[in-house]
Design a protein around this ligand. Structure first.
Ligand SMILES: [Zn+2]
Length: 258
């Protein structure tokens, strides 16, 4: 039996996949992927994600504006994202969130776009995909400032400690782990051990964050298998159970029809 896995975060529309996009999707299916969610960073990539989802039965789309790409986002662009969010294969808003590592956009502007996308997600009744790079406190502050105490969504590419994970769980959100769970010396396995399996999902963040044993190469959705293997080891569970349970979590959160 081939495991049923879901890559809940891949950027398949990027030019890194121009030479072999369809083949990469095919390899993912062969590796046991039941679905791939293609995540966007601006209006153009949102349209591209939807086009891919229209072409491939098991590819779904998230539409949104990345915190590092929101410096010049216009009201009209936010409106376009809101319209695109009505497409039947759009299962989430994102990625949004905040990033204090690259400092590409002032945090106040990031907070504004984050809040607008939280509002859109609530209106459309869709989960949000939250990017957090060294902005954990700013994200919680923004949620608090907007009166958000419960939220349907995922803190993707989770890199924080258990204390932060607890805040995320209390909000009602999920966390997803990428290839960095597999890196030597990573503190994440200790955190993952404490997070209930029903709140964990898997993702590659392709083409970035390539897991061991492919580290150094381009990442692709088929490599979700390696993250599942690592999580099984960390949790002391069977690989098949980790696959089944994380897939169930993603199906329920995103309302996937697989
Ligand atoms: Zn991403």
């Amino acid at each position: 039996m081939i495991a049923q896995l879901i890559d809940t975060h891949a950027h398949l529309q990027l030019n890194h996949f121009d030479a072999d996009r369809d083949e990469a999707i095919q390899r993912a299916y062969e590796a046991g992927l039941a679905a791939i969610i293609c995540i966007s960073t601006d209006v153009a990539s949102s349209r591209a994600a939807i086009a891919l989802a229209e072409k491939h039965q098991h590819v779904y789309a998230a539409v949104g504006i990345h915190p590092n790409d929101c410096a010049a986002t216009s009201d009209d662009e936010v409106k376009q994202i809101a319209e695109l969010a009505q497409h039947p294969k759009v299962v989430a808003i994102g990625e949004t969130g905040m990033d204090d590592y690259w400092k590409a956009v002032p945090l106040s502007k990031q907070a504004e776009l984050f809040a607008r996308q939280l509002e859109l997600a609530a209106q459309r009744n869709k989960p949000v995909i939250i990017h957090n790079r060294e902005a954990g406190a700013a994200i919680m502050d923004t949620l608090r400032a907007h009166g958000v105490t419960k939220l349907s969504g995922v803190f993707h590419c989770f890199t924080e400690d258990w204390n932060y994970a607890e805040q995320v769980l209390n909000l009602g959100c999920h966390v997803s782990f990428t290839g960095n769970l597999t890196y030597k010396k990573s503190a994440l396995p200790e955190v993952a051990k404490q997070i209930p399996l029903e709140r964990i999902m898997l993702e590659t963040d392709s083409p970035y964050m390539t897991p061991v044993p492919h580290r150094g190469k381009r990442n692709e959705p088929a490599y979700t298998v390696h993250i599942a293997e690592k999580l099984a080891e960390v949790k002391g569970l069977l690989f098949a159970e980790v696959c089944a349970r994380t897939t169930e979590n993603a199906v329920a959160l995103f309302g996937l029809d697989i």
